[in-house]
Design a protein around this ligand. Structure first.
Ligand code: IPM
Ligand code: MN
Length: 377
C-alpha cells in the first residue's frame, strides 16, 4: 500500500504529448525527493494514435479512474488523418469528453509573461511586451456554446446541402463560469498591470448575437454580487486588437466557448507562444490540467518541443489540489515549482527551438528538475 494521499491520472495522448508529460513527471519526481511522495501518477493510454491501434479512444476503465482521481494531467491529442466516424478529431474523448463527463465548466488559462521569455516576430526572437504588462487570466466557458453536439448535416443523395452548428448558451452555463471569473478576480492579489484595478472583462459579440446578449445580461446580473470588482466589456473583434496593444488593461477575462478558444491562442503570443500556455479545466468536483498546445505531430519523437507549458500546468494542478484539500505542503510544492520555472526562464538556460534555442525537451526538464532541487522544500 502506498502512503500517497493524492491520485493523479495522467493522459499523455498523442504526438509530443507523451514527451511533455514525461518531463512533467520528472519535475513532480524532483519535488517529491527526500520524502514519501504525496501523490501517485497513474498513466493511462488514449488518444488518436490509440484509436488507430485499438478502435477506441480510451479504455472504459480510464473514465472511471478519471472520476476517482484527485486531479488529471493531460498531454495533447490529435494525429493527422485520425478522425471519428462523426468527423470529430480522434482523441476528443480525452479533451472534450472529459470536460463534458466531469463537468469541467471553467477553462482557466493564465497568460503571464515571465522575464526572460522571447517573442518570435517574423524570424526574430526578442522581447516585445515588457513582462510587467502581461498578467491576466482568460476564462473560457468549457461545456456548451458552439461545442454542444447540437449540429448536423442535411444530405440529399450523395451531397451535403446544409451544415448547421447551433450555439447553445444556458443560464446555468453562463452564470457559473462568470461567477468563477468574479471569484477569481476577488482572490487574485494583483489587479490589472495598468492600474492595479480588479477587473473582469466580458468578451462577446453582443452587438449581433442573441446568445452573447444573454451572456452579457448574465454577466451584469452576477456582477451585482461583486461591487468591488470593476466590470468591463469588449466585443470580441475589437478585443483582439486591444489585447495585443494594451495587454496591461486586462486582469480576468471571461468569454464563451469558441471565442475563448480563439482568443487564448492569440493571447499565448503575449506570453511567448503556445510553448508557455497552460490551462486548467475546472469543475466543482474534478479538474484536468494541460498544456494548451496540440500534439504537434511534426515534432513527435524529436525531443524538441517546449515543456514549460506542461510545467505551468503541473504547478496549477498542485495549487488547485492544495487549495481544495487545504494542504499547505502541496501549496509549498506549487510555489517551489513556480520559483524553479521563473529562475530557469530568467537565466535563459532552457531555451527550446521555439525560443530560438537548442535545448531539447528532456534537457529543459533536467534543468527545471535541478532548479526544483535547488529551491528549499
Ligand atoms: C483546446 C483545443 C481543443 C478545443 C481541441 C483539441 C478539441 O483546441 O483545448 O483549446 O477545441 O477545445
Ligand atoms: Mn484551442
Amino acid at each position: 500500500m502506498s502512503s500517497a494521499r493524492y491520485r493523479i491520472v495522467a493522459l499523455p495522448g498523442d504526438g509530443t504529448g507523451p514527451e511533455v508529460i514525461r518531463e512533467g513527471r520528472k519535475v513532480l519526481d524532483a519535488l517529491a525527493e527526500n520524502g514519501p511522495a504525496p501523490w501517485t501518477v497513474d498513466e493511462r493510454p488514449g488518444g488518436a494514435q490509440y484509436y488507430l491501434q485499438t478502435g477506441k479512444e480510451l479504455d472504459p476503465e480510464t473514465l472511471t479512474a478519471a472520476k476517482d482521481a484527485d486531479a488529471l494531467l493531460l498531454g495533447a491529442v490529435g494525429w493527422p488523418g485520425a478522425s471519428l466516424p462523426n468527423g470529430d478529431i480522434a482523441g476528443a474523448a480525452l479533451v472534450l469528453g472529459m470536460r463534458q463527463n466531469l463537468d469541467l465548466y471553467a477553462n482557466v488559462r493564465p497568460c503571464k509573461l515571465y522575464p526572460g521569455v522571447l517573442h518570435r516576430i517574423g524570424k526574430e526572437y526578442k522581447t516585445v511586451w515588457p513582462s510587467e504588462l502581461v498578467d491576466m487570466v482568460i476564462i473560457r466557458e468549457n461545456t456548451e456554446g458552439l461545442y454542444t453536439p447540437a449540429r448536423g448535416r442535411l444530405r440529399r443523395a450523395e451531397d451535403t446541402e446544409v451544415a448547421i452548428d447551433t450555439r447553445v448558451i444556458t443560464r446555468k452555463g453562463a452564470e457559473r463560469v462568470i461567477r468563477y471569473a468574479f471569484e477569481l478576480a476577488t482572490r487574485r492579489t494583483r489587479g490589472a498591470p495598468e492600474d492595479g484595478v480588479k477587473r473582469v472583462t466580458c468578451v462577446d459579440k453582443s452587438n449581433v448575437l442573441e446568445g452573447c446578449r444573454f451572456f452579457r445580461e448574465t454577466f451584469d446580473r452576477v456582477a451585482k454580487d461583486y461591487p468591488a470588482i470593476e466590470k468591463d466589456y469588449a466585443l470580441v473583434d475589437a478585443f483582439t486588437q486591444w489585447l495585443v496593444r494594451n495587454p496591461e488593461h486586462y486582469n480576468v477575462v471571461v468569454s464563451t466557448n469558441m471565442m475563448g478558444d480563439i482568443i487564448t491562442d492569440l493571447a499565448s503570443v503575449l506570453q511567448g507562444g503556445m510553448g508557455f500556455a497552460a490551462g486548467g479545466n475546472i469543475g466543482d468536483h474534478h479538474a484536468m490540467f494541460e498544456p494548451v498546445h496540440g500534439s504537434a505531430p511534426k515534432y513527435a519523437g524529436k525531443n524538441q518541443v517546449n515543456p514549460f507549458a506542461t510545467f505551468a500546468a503541473v504547478e496549477m494542478m498542485l495549487r488547485w489540489l492544495g487549495e481544495r484539500k487545504s494542504d499547505p505542503a502541496l501549496l509549498r510544492q506549487a510555489d517551489r515549482l513556480g520559483t524553479a520555472v521563473a529562475t530557469t526562464i530568467a537565466a535563459g538556460t532552457a531555451r527550446t527551438y521555439d525560443q530560438g534555442g537548442h535545448v531539447s525537451t528532456s534537457e529543459a526538464g533536467d534543468v527545471v528538475a535541478a532548479a526544483v532541487r535547488a529551491v528549499a522544500a
